[in-house]
Design a protein around this ligand. Structure first.
Ligand SMILES: [Zn+2]
Length: 212
C-alpha cells in the first residue's frame, strides 16, 4: 500500500505582496511535488495573480496538461466571512470569469482565506457551484505534519489528509516531504536525495532527522 496524501494545496498563489521572485518561488515549490503523483491544487488569488503574466502562462500550461488543478482562494484575500452575500457573489462571479479567461477552466473548490466560513459564504458558493474547503481536518498544515514525521518516521500519517502549504514558506521542508512520499520512507528519501542535493543542502535538508 502506498502512503500518500489525497492532495497538496498551495495557498496564496501568487502573492503580489511578497518580496523576491514570487513566480519562481511558487513554481519551484509545485515542481518539487510533481514526481509524487499526488494531485496538486494551487489556491489562486485572482487579483494578485493578475500582476504576474508569466505566472498565469505557467498556470495555464500546467492546468491544460493536467499536472495541476487550480482552486479558488479568493478574488482577493478577504476577509470574506464579514462580507454580505451580495458582495461575496460579486467576487465569486469575477473570480469565475477570471478562471475561464486565464486558466481555461472554472474553479470547483473554494479554498477560503484563513479557513473562513459563514452562512453567506456557503450560500454564495452554492450559486457558483463551488465547494468550500476550510483549514479543518483532513486539511493539515505541512509544518505540523513535518514535525510528526520527524518524531515518528511513520508515513501512514500521509493517509487521507490534504497537506496545506504556503508556497512562500522558505526552506526545504516541502522538498523533503515530497521526497518521503516519492520514495515511501524517510530512510529511502535520505539516501535518494544525496545525488540530487549538494552536500551542504543535504545536511540542511535532513538536519535533526534520523533514519527511523
Ligand atoms: Zn491565504
Amino acid at each position: 500500500m502506498i502512503h500518500a496524501p489525497d492532495r497538496i494545496r498551495f495557498d496564496d498563489a501568487i502573492w503580489s505582496n511578497g518580496v523576491g521572485n514570487e513566480v519562481q518561488k511558487f513554481t519551484k515549490n509545485v515542481n518539487w511535488c510533481v514526481r509524487t503523483d499526488v494531485p496538486l491544487t494551487p489556491a489562486i488569488l485572482c487579483e494578485s495573480t493578475d500582476n504576474f503574466p508569466d505566472g498565469i502562462q505557467w498556470l495555464y500550461e500546467m492546468t491544460t496538461q493536467g499536472i495541476i488543478y487550480p482552486d479558488l482562494h479568493g478574488f482577493d484575500h478577504g476577509p470574506y466571512d464579514t462580507r454580505p452575500q451580495a458582495e461575496i457573489e460579486e467576487h465569486l462571479d469575477k473570480a469565475q470569469v477570471w478562471f475561464k479567461e486565464n486558466l481555461g477552466v472554472p474553479a470547483i473548490r473554494w479554498v477560503t482565506p484563513h479557513g473562513s466560513d459563514s452562512i453567506a459564504m456557503q450560500a454564495a458558493a452554492a450559486k457558483f457551484n463551488l465547494v468550500i474547503e476550510t483549514t479543518e481536518y483532513p486539511v493539515v498544515d505541512q509544518k505540523v505534519l513535518d514535525t510528526k514525521l520527524r518524531q515518528t518516521g511513520d508515513i501512514s500519517l500521509f493517509d487521507d489528509v490534504v497537506i496545506m502549504v504556503h508556497y512562500w514558506e522558505r526552506g526545504l521542508r516541502l522538498y523533503r516531504m515530497a521526497r518521503i512520499i516519492e520514495h515511501q520512507g524517510v530512510e529511502k528519501a535520505m539516501e535518494a536525495t544525496r545525488s540530487e542535493l549538494s552536500k551542504k543542502d543535504w545536511k540542511i535538508c535532513w538536519n535533526e532527522w534520523e533514519a527511523p
